[in-house]
Design a protein around this ligand. Structure first.
Ligand code: THU
Length: 132
């Protein structure tokens, strides 16, 4: 398995483990770093609703814990037939580690639509913004 099939399989496996008892909206995400390593994550909700974490954020945490920091591409897979796009906060989190990343929105059949993160989050505030 190569390319997006690989990311889709990882996102799908993560989505099956999503903890979403409140929204019943399981999400999976899988990202590939510049080195080619793949990390995945799912949403993890909480009875204290605002504490829930998105799938993309979980995948980024796994990447950092795995010792990597550069996102080349990330695929997001929602629960239904519709493609879903990362929420605003997750776009910002992706930008921190991959301002040039490609973002793949997948549906359950594996159909994918690809965007540049820069088009989903134009004129982003990022690490460079803090430099004088
Ligand atoms: N969610 C994600 O995990 N990623 C997204 O891109 C959008 C939303 C989660 C958050 C919450 O657990 C559930 O989906 C419903 O909003």
């Amino acid at each position: 398995m190569t390319g997006l099939d690989d990311l889709f399989a990882h996102a799908n496996a993560a989505r099956e483990r999503a903890y979403a008892p409140y929204s019943h909206f399981g999400v999976g995400a899988a990202l590939r770093t510049d080195s080619g390593a793949v990390f995945s994550g799912c949403n993890v909700e909480n009875a204290a609703f605002p504490l829930g974490v998105c799938a993309e954020t979980s995948a980024i945490s796994a990447m950092i814990a795995g010792g990597e920091r550069r996102i080349a591409e990330i695929l997001v897979l929602g629960p239904g037939p519709k493609k879903i796009a990362p929420c605003g906060a997750c776009r910002q989190r992706i930008a921190e580690f991959g301002a040039g990343a490609r973002v793949h929105l997948a549906d359950e059949r594996g159909e994918v639509e690809t965007f540049a993160l820069a088009d989903l989050l134009p004129r982003a505030f990022g690490p460079e913004s803090l430099k004088p």
